[in-house]
Design a protein around this ligand. Structure first.
Ligand code: FAD
Length: 463
């Protein structure tokens, strides 16, 4: 017998779980189908939480290693990878257990299976059982991409899953890619003591960010001894279990680098494999994402998609907001608005961290939006100087007439925390003058923000 629901959600990660919570609160009959073991989704099991556990450890280690800067005698600070691995496993197991309990609650039915479409209202599980629903949400996330680079598929390589699960210090690693996962984990590897060679195709790492911000992180990486090659073209990858070699073109020269391990951090792709979307008539965009409108509806109006599978960014708070929005829209909640992509926060947890909110300067220029900008460096700010945290700057972008804040970019110590000084004000459409009325405690890292705010306020007053 086919079981009938108001909403079936494929995937119990950040998007799926939060959609289920909202739909249940609206009094709907909900089912979640997820085939992974253990349950928990990417963020908890192999994404944000394990990576940030390791990166925080690497920050502590780095501070201990540079104790001399602060007049401290710390004879030796090294990474005990077995202990680090155990700690990470325990933290993640606790988070995953908690999420598994939430997913297994009696608020909805949970099916531990893969799901595929039979038609636009019906799904089939691994055991042949069929489930039907008025609405279906695709929240299947993303998977590691292996681009067609000569030799890559034939060469043994690590993915982020493997790096996050290391219980030893690798002697040397070649990192392919310069996105946030590549950069965060390259620095982690370097800080625990590996030789790290990072090869990036674009002219600067973190290419989704400004060249100026990328250049700061690049400098910090080089200062820590990461061998960094940008603007490259990969020619050939070769290797076996004993070691790998990567040949690439850089600045008109052919270079070959060898290392014990290869880390493929060339990106992820939306996971639509096995869903049989054609049976439901759901369309894919040219980028491979499930195409949706601003309310997360696909071209089949009762089928929704949210999270990494629909994009446009692989970010947890976006996945959550999209999942919640899809559930509210499906059940006709009044007064809901699409997710406001101009408020998207983005944090890269390198050291220095890189964080942005709102559009980048380049995007404002492309759109022809008038703006004022001002920035201030951390190496001229009291609190960061005493912390020996001198890399980077804070930049503020504001609308020229009233000074409404449009966006901000912070590269520096704790940028991921500091950027939240702007998230409330941006959501409330505050101006630089509003923020300057707020108190800023001295001496804090946060008070650096007042300098670009004041500069923009002066620019407006002089106009
Ligand atoms: C190393 C790393 C670090 C990251 N760090 C951060 C960070 O610091 N901050 C941040 O915001 N984001 C970070 N991200 C990105 C973030 O993890 C993702 O954006 C987010 O977890 C996506 O959630 P989701 O619900 O879309 O997908 P997922 O959490 O991946 O959930 C998808 C679920 O669908 C299930 N599934 C797939 N296909 C089927 C099927 N056919 N049938 C049934 N079930 C299926 C899967 O088993 C999975 O449980 C990181 C990612 C990585 C890889």
């Amino acid at each position: 017998m086919v079981k009938i629901y108001d909403l079936i959600i494929i995937g119990g990660g950040s998007a799926g779980f939060n959609a289920a919570r909202v739909a249940h609160d609206l009094g709907k009959r909900v089912a979640i189908v997820d085939g992974s073991r253990p349950l928990g989704g990417l963020c908890i099991l192999r994404g944000c939480m394990p990576s940030k556990t390791l990166l925080y450890m690497a920050d502590v280690l780095h501070l201990a290693q540079k104790g001399g800067t602060f007049g401290l005698k710390i004879p030796s600070a090294t990474a005990d990878m077995k202990a680090i691995h155990e700690r990470k496993k325990k933290i993640i197991a606790d988070f995953a257990d908690y999420r598994e309990k939430q997913l297994s609650s009696n608020k909805w039915d949970l099916y531990r299976s893969q799901a595929k479409f039979v038609n636009d209202h019906t799904l089939e599980l691994d055991n042949g059982k069929q489930l039907s629903a008025e609405h279906i949400l695709i929240a299947t996330g993303s998977r590691i991409a292996t681009p067609p680079i000569p030799g890559l598929a034939e060469t043994p390589f690590w993915t982020s899953d493997d790096v996050l699960d290391l219980d030893f210090i690798p002697k040397s690693v070649i990192v392919l890619g310069g996105g946030f996962v590549a950069c965060e984990l390259a620095q982690f590897l370097r800080r625990i003591g590996s030789r790290v060679i990072l090869i990036q195709r674009s002219p600067h790492i973190l290419r989704d960010h400004s060249p100026e911000a990328g250049a700061v992180v690049q400098q910090a990486f080089r200062d820590e001894g990461i061998e960094l090659y940008t603007d490259t073209k990969l020619e050939k990858i070769m290797g076996n279990e004993k070691g790998v070699s990567v040949r690439f073109a850089s600045s008109g020269k052919m270079i070959t680098k060898r290392a014990r391990h290869l880390f493929n951090a060339l990106g992820r792709e939306p996971d639509t494999t096995g869903l049989n979307l054609a049976a439901a008539g759901v369309k894919i965009s040219p980028t491979g994402r499930v195409a949706t409108n601003r309310f997360q509806q696909t071209n089949i109006p009762h089928i929704y998609a949210a999270g990494d599978v629909s994009g446009p960014y692989d970010i947890v708070h976006l996945a959550i907001a999209q999942g919640e929005l899809a559930a509210r829209h499906a059940f006709g909640v009044k007064g809901i608005k699409p997710v406001d992509n101009s408020l998207i926060l983005n944090v890269v947890f390198t050291d220095p961290q890189l964080a942005t909110i709102g559009p980048l300067e380049k995007q404002l220029r492309e759109k022809g939006t008038a703006y004022l900008s001002a920035s201030y460096p951390f190496n001229d700010h009291g609190k960061s100087i005493l912390m020996d945290a001198n890399y980077g700057y804070v930049k503020v972008l504001a609308e020229p007439k009233r000074g409404r804040i449009l966006g901000a970019e912070i590269v520096g110590k704790d940028a991921g925390e500091l950027i939240h000084c702007f998230s409330g004000p941006l959501a409330m459409r505050a101006t630089v003058f509003d923020l300057l009325r707020a108190p800023w405690y001295h001496p804090t890292l946060a008070e650096i923000i007042t300098y670009p705010l004041e500069e923009i306020a002066d620019q407006i007053k002089k106009r």
